[in-house]
Design a protein around this ligand. Structure first.
Ligand SMILES: Cc1cc2nc3c(=O)[nH]c(=O)nc-3n(C[C@H](O)[C@H](O)[C@H](O)COP(=O)(O)O)c2cc1C
Length: 317
């Protein structure tokens, strides 16, 4: 069994990955997608987005971090993959699911689900460049408009040489609209030999129990659920290890996580709006679960200075 923190562009940046993997329960995390166009990124670009590269490809909590690439250029995808491996990456993932129009317009992400043969060529080309000790995986949605090519895409990823496949069980057109089609994850799993990582709408321990039963998978990826409930991975891990249910962490503990996160953001970049923006964004998600987070969010929302926010957090300790 393994639990993986999902790649989430704009949400799970290096600071959030460090924070969530320190809170615990994860076996692995995945970077936000790095877009590959017609050039090879500089060392500086890679290290800025994925500082884990300087720590043996791990977060400071010791959790392995997979580097996700997004693009379709058959020359620069492998070149960039090789470059980031030389900088310290040992796990590469390829994105075949991003629904953003700006990305799809340039033949990246979910648009490629219309072209299984192109998916095969990309996976194969990257695989040929990678050193043997580097793991190549891929992440897909069920399709662009419909699921007609879902199995073909999964087969293409397998034939191309990936060793694991994450399935986010929705089409591009479905966006993030519930429900995720977990039955499709089982279908894909039954048609390919690769281990499948089940993803989509795991917001609680009960969701985990349900998706596990419905898909038959042993690997799971958590995205928005863990931002709304930071102890979710720990709860699932505890359930797997003991068969018992770990009580939800108290607001006091969650509040401590919030303070630690703001401090991490301030230590990283206290001169601009980064800490303030990131904290507001996270509180906005936490308020789905904790009424106290809603109150704190309302109090902090109008503030425009990091120091003012620090004072509110201080007052709330
Ligand atoms: C804000 C946001 C950004 C995302 N960015 C990425 C990304 O960079 N790469 C990727 O493969 N998936 C990305 N996803 C999709 C998630 O990895 C995941 O597949 C999706 O959220 C479903 O899982 P969940 O229901 O557990 O959140 C993103 C999702 C969200 C909400």
């Amino acid at each position: 069994m393994s639990l993986i923190l999902a790649p989430m562009h704009g949400l799970a940046d290096a600071i959030m990955r460090e924070h969530l993997t320190t809170i615990g329960g994860f076996d692995e995390c995945v970077s936000e997608f790095i877009r590959i166009t017609h050039t090879v990124h500089s060392n500086q670009t890679w290290l800025k987005s994925i500082p884990e590269l300087t720590n043996n490809g791990r977060t400071l909590a010791g959790t392995p971090c997979t580097v996700q690439l997004l693009g379709s250029d058959l020359n620069t995808m492998p070149e960039n993959a090789l470059k980031v491996c030389q900088l310290g990456a040992n796990r590469i993932d390829l994105n075949f699911g991003c629904p953003a129009p700006s990305v799809n317009k340039h033949r990246g992400g979910a648009i490629l689900l219309k072209e299984p043969e192109t998916i095969y060529q990309i996976v194969w080309a990257v695989k040929q460049q990678l050193p043997d000790n580097v793991r190549l995986t891929a992440k897909m949605r069920l399709g662009y408009e419909d699921t007609n090519l879902a199995l073909e895409c999964a087969h293409a990823i397998e034939r191309g040489g990936a060793s694991m496949l994450t399935v986010h069980a929705r089409t591009k057109l479905e966006g993030y609209q519930p429900p995720a089609h977990w039955d499709w994850i089982r279908t894909i799993k039954e048609h390919i030999k690769l281990p499948v990582i089940a993803n989509g709408d795991i917001f609680s321990l009960q969701d985990y129990i349900n998706i596990k039963k419905q898909t038959g998978c042993t690997h799971f990826m958590l995205g928005r659920g863990v931002l709304r409930r930071p102890d979710l991975a720990k709860q699932i891990q505890h359930y797997e290890q003991t068969g018992t249910i770990r009580p939800n962490e108290s607001w006091l503990t969650i509040k401590e996580y919030i303070h630690q996160f703001f401090k991490l953001c301030m230590d990283n970049n206290n001169l601009n709006k980064y800490p303030m923006a990131r904290l507001k964004q996270w509180l906005n998600m936490l308020k789905n679960t904790y009424p106290e987070a809603k109150q704190l969010f309302e109090e902090i929302r109008p503030l425009q200075k990091n120091q003012e926010i620090a004072a509110v957090l201080e007052k709330n300790t």
